[in-house]
Design a protein around this ligand. Structure first.
Ligand code: ZN
Length: 146
């Protein structure tokens, strides 16, 4: 059972900057790294376009599955894993929405990092995990590494 997400300051900072610059729209991307026992260790973030319709981008995100499959293949080739995804929640708490949960189910066994952005300023991130047989997402401890 996964318990922790470890993210380097650089990667966390890059995600926060993207979330600030993308405000008031949701920004999104993938987390590359590796799984190690109860921990998911992020090495870097990989920004991906939010392909939701423009009128919906303040409240939702969509990542083209073709990009995800391609990225997953590239990462495996270099010995990394697709650890999960990140996206921002403009003026909304960092908990998964109903549409987020639908998306989680498409990519099981991945970590979901959510960056809340209040009035343009990124706040404390939270990370979630949805086990393949679970109804609800469980929260992971987020540890900021060097
Ligand atoms: Zn969301």
């Amino acid at each position: 059972m996964l318990k922790r997400l470890i993210i380097p300051h650089g990667a966390a900072g890059a995600a926060a900057t993207a979330a600030r610059e993308g405000y008031p729209f949701e920004i999104c991307g993938a987390l590359a790294g590796r799984f190690e026992a109860e921990e998911a260790r992020v090495a870097r973030i990989v920004p991906l376009p939010n392909s939701a319709e423009e009128s919906q981008r303040r409240r939702r995100f969509t990542i083209d599955p073709v990009l995800i499959v391609r990225l997953d293949r590239e990462l495996r080739r270099s010995g990394e894993s697709l650890v999960g995804f990140y996206h921002s929640h403009p003026d909304h708490e960092a908990a998964p929405s109903a549409t987020d949960l639908e998306f989680f189910r498409l990519w099981p066994e991945t970590v979901w990092l959510i960056i809340p952005v209040k009035s343009g300023e990124p706040g404390l991130v939270r990370a979630w995990w949805l086990a393949s047989d679970a109804e609800k997402a469980t929260e992971l401890e987020v540890v900021s590494g060097a």
